[in-house]
Design a protein around this ligand. Structure first.
Ligand code: DON
Length: 312
């Protein structure tokens, strides 16, 4: 039986994290994201046979950079790790997600698939020739994980597309250095369409559970080796230039996006009545200077400490 006191512990962690929303604000560099309610905060946690929901978990938002994990897995499943690593490295940068400064170091190769440079290269490497086919390769994979159809938020996509100067500049440098496998426009549009996929926190938690179980019992095919690679990238590069501190203080593979979305993976833990592998999906559009949900980070930090989830 679930003790009332135990649920109170979780409710307290949630309530404390919720107050942190006042310390951030919704992303403003993409006009459509600036419209989000910055006081919102919701969390879904899913194990193999149970769920915990905190806040309004039916609200939808866009995946943003969380999709970088899925694109990496689809491209790597298609080409193999060795071929992918000819185009993108797996080293953290400590720079902001859209930084351009390192594109003239490391033999011009993007540092990792979790920053924009690496993700735009990965977008160009997705299976298919056209923008439509490349996008479909990732949405189909996601649909198999979620067991439902997904949609792209066209308003967010167009808003992103018309404010993509940095990403366009990155794509041109990548092309000049031979790290794009498609036209600049195709790579850019694929990348931005994927960032604009609509989800809710339950969807995020299911993606995280897929990773926690290494794809066990899912129609979505990806090898354990590639899923482990993806989790290592999340641990080292998933929270941009906060990744080191997140690994040190929270100790879970996680990935954030500027919409305020975060996924976090618990390989084997116990959170109230949830036991074993647990997927966590969070949404709090008030983000900090780095681009991470302030309430989301606060919640995960306290959750990891209280429920002893640190996985290293
Ligand atoms: O590249 C962009 O600007 C966005 N579409 C995705 C950025 C993102 O989520 C980075 N997050 N922290």
């Amino acid at each position: 039986m679930i003790s009332k006191l135990q649920m109170e512990k979780l409710q307290t962690i949630y309530a404390q994290a919720h107050t942190m929303t006042s310390k951030g604000k919704a992303a403003s560099y993409i006009p459509a994201l600036a419209e989000a309610d910055s006081t919102a905060f919701s969390v879904s946690m899913i194990s193999m046979d149970d769920t915990i929901e905190l806040g309004n978990c039916s609200e939808t938002f866009t995946l943003q950079s969380v999709v970088k994990v899925l694109s990496f897995m689809v491209a790597t499943h298609h080409h193999g790790i060795e071929e992918i690593m000819r185009y993108v490295d797996v080293e953290p940068t400590g720079d902001s997600f859209n930084s351009i400064v390192r594109l003239e170091s490391n033999k011009n190769k993007p540092f990792n698939p979790m920053i924009n440079a690496g993700a735009i290269t990965i977008a160009s490497l997705l299976p298919g020739q056209t923008m439509f086919e490349k996008v479909k390769s990732v949405t189909s994979f996601l649909e198999e994980i979620l067991n439902k159809q997904v949609t792209i938020n066209n308003e967010v996509y167009l808003s992103e597309y018309h404010s993509a100067d940095y990403n366009r500049a990155i794509a041109y440098i990548l092309q000049a250095n031979g790290f794009l496998k498609s036209d600049v426009e195709v790579a850019l549009q694929v990348y931005l369409q994927l960032c604009s996929i609509s989800v809710n926190t339950s969807d995020l938690a299911k993606i995280a559970l897929y990773l926690a179980t290494n794809g066990h019992n899912s129609e979505a095919k990806c090898s354990k080796k590639i899923i482990n690679f993806a989790k290592a990238l999340m641990m080292t590069c998933g929270l941009y230039n906060f990744s080191g501190k997140f690994a040190a203080f929270v100790g879970l593979p996680a990935k954030s996006g500027v919409s305020g979305a975060i996924i976090a993976v618990v390989k084997d833990g116990e959170i109230e009545h949830l036991k074993g592998p647990i997927g966590i999906g969070l949404f709090g559009p008030a983000i900090d200077d780095v681009g991470n949900s302030v309430a989301g980070i606060d919640f995960l930090e306290k959750l990891s400490k209280e429920y002893d989830l640190f996985c290293l």
